[in-house]
Every structure is written in structure tokens, then in C-alpha cells.
Design a protein around this ligand. Sequence first.
Ligand SMILES: [Zn+2]
Ligand SMILES: [Zn+2]
Length: 334
Amino acid sequence: MYRNCVLRLGLGTPSTALSNLCNLSDMNPTRREFLLAAGCFALSPALLNQEKKPTRIILLGTKGGPRVAEGRSNSATLILINDVPYVVDCGYGTSRQLVNAGVALNRVRYVFITHHHSDHNLELGPLIYNAWITGQPIRVDVYGPPGLKNMTSDFFNYLKFDIDTRIEDEGRPDPRNLVIAHEFEKPGAVLTNDDVKVSACLVRHPPIKQAYAYRFDAKDRSVVISGDTAYSPELAQFAKGADVLVHEIMYLPAIEALIQRLPNAKRLREHLMASHTLPEDVGKVAAQAEVKTLVLSHFVPPDDPNTTDENWMEGVRKHFKGRIVVGKDLMEIN
Ligand SMILES: [Zn+2]
Ligand SMILES: [Zn+2]
């Protein structure tokens, strides 16, 4: 119970969250006082944190690649700005990870897709569906490269029977009217509202031409999410001076150990080298950008038992002398 309370309170205002905790007026005074005291004690770090940083970054899924397995969840990152959720990429498991992070799905307001590899978009439709079925009318604005509109409408066709049945049978609003897909095919400003300016930078992820990094400039913090990319000097420029850069990473010794027996090893290695970034180059990008904190995520390969956190960091450190965080699922970046 306390864990749920902490998460819920951490994401709401103190007064409403506390009243959500339980119906305190129905309790005898001793129990009520105990719960209030326990609640305040348990929740104060989260509340203090919220006061310090209106913009919060939580890694939902840190795995590179589409395979579903034990260990890291597929790619997704959450940015909460003044309590409004912005989700970057929707790999498989994103809905569950949002719930695990304490975010009710019908609060999801903005979604950004970096590119159309399935480890970044497989759960886009299901996330919108899950937000809708959670129970209250929502509006979700989704941003990404061309293909996004078709993907959204195709998903609604895929679930047409269920959606139409529930609208008729359960009196729900039509989810097709609650989602707006915004496609863009050039880098630049993507979204501006009172809280944040979001912009996109074209990155290098062949054979996909429309692959983007996103930058969130909020009032208190700036955050860049690399998406999938090979070493990209443009990204270093784009991330200049950011507080936090979340960058993908690939560790070659582990890749070579994994693929050596595959018949297509040579081809696979060439593909990976052309489209992902080695630790030394991640370090170069972070150093050129002069970011304060570098967060490693989208690990390729993910969950290799012989690769340690130190292995991921050692190449990076050759170039970047700032703070490095080896990302884990549900980790908050402070
Ligand atoms: Zn990927
Ligand atoms: Zn990709």
C-alpha cells in the first residue's frame, strides 16, 4: 500500500494526493493520525523532489532491439513536465511500465516516436487504446515521421470490432476522435506550449532516413533523447548545453561474442556498425555537446550477463568527463 501511495503522491499535488490516499474521515482518530504521519514521512522525499524539479525524467524501457525477453523492457522514456506525461517511443511493454512508474494511462497527453523500427513503435496503438480504456476521455497528440497517421488509423481498424462494441455497449467516447497524429519530415520545432518547447534533429540510422532525436526545453531543465543513431555530430550540436542527454549505446565485444556463430554475422555486424553508436563515440557526442549528465540507454546487446556497467562506461569516459548514468528500467534521472 505504501509503495502505491508514494508513487501516486509523488505525481500529484500534496493536498489532492493526500485526500486520494484513503478516506481519512471514516477512520478513528488514532489510525487517522498514524496514517497521516506515516504518509508524510514516506512521501516527503518525492514531494521535495517535485518541488525542486518540475521536469522529471524516468526511463521506462532501456533495451535495444525488438526481442521480448526477461530483463530490460523495450524502448520508452517518460518525461513529466509539471505532472504532464510526455512519452518518447513506445516499445512493447510501455503501458505496463507507465503503470509501474505510477502514471495512470489516461493521463498520457503527448507521445513522440523517434523512428519506425518496431522496438520504438510497437505499442503506440495499444498505448492509446489502454489510455482510452482506462476510463476517462483523453486527448493524445502523437508526433513522429511519416507513416504515423496510417499506423494510428490501421490500429483502429485492427481493433474495430472491439472499439465499436464498447462504444455501443458501454457508452464510451470514440477513441478515433481523441487522437491527433502529427507527422513531420524535416527537423525543427515540433511542439511549443506554456511548459516546453520540443524540437527534432535528424540523426543517422540507415537504412531508415526519417530517424529523429528530440530535445525538450522546459523552464527548469533541458533533455535530449537520441533515438537510434550512429555517431552523429549533428546530434552533438543539437544537444549543446543540455542538462541531460539520453543516448543509445552499442558494446562491440559483446556483439561479436553473440553473433559469431550466426550465418549472417558479417552482414549483421555491418548493419549494427552503420546504425548504432560505440561507447567512445557516445563520449565524443556528450563532450562536444557539453551536457551535464549523460544517461546510457537502448543497450545493444541488452542483458548480456558478461557485460558490466563498467564495460558500458569505460569507452565513454575516454572522452566525456561529466556524470554518466548507466540506465535501468524505472530509474529516475535527478
Ligand atoms: Zn531501437
Ligand atoms: Zn532503430
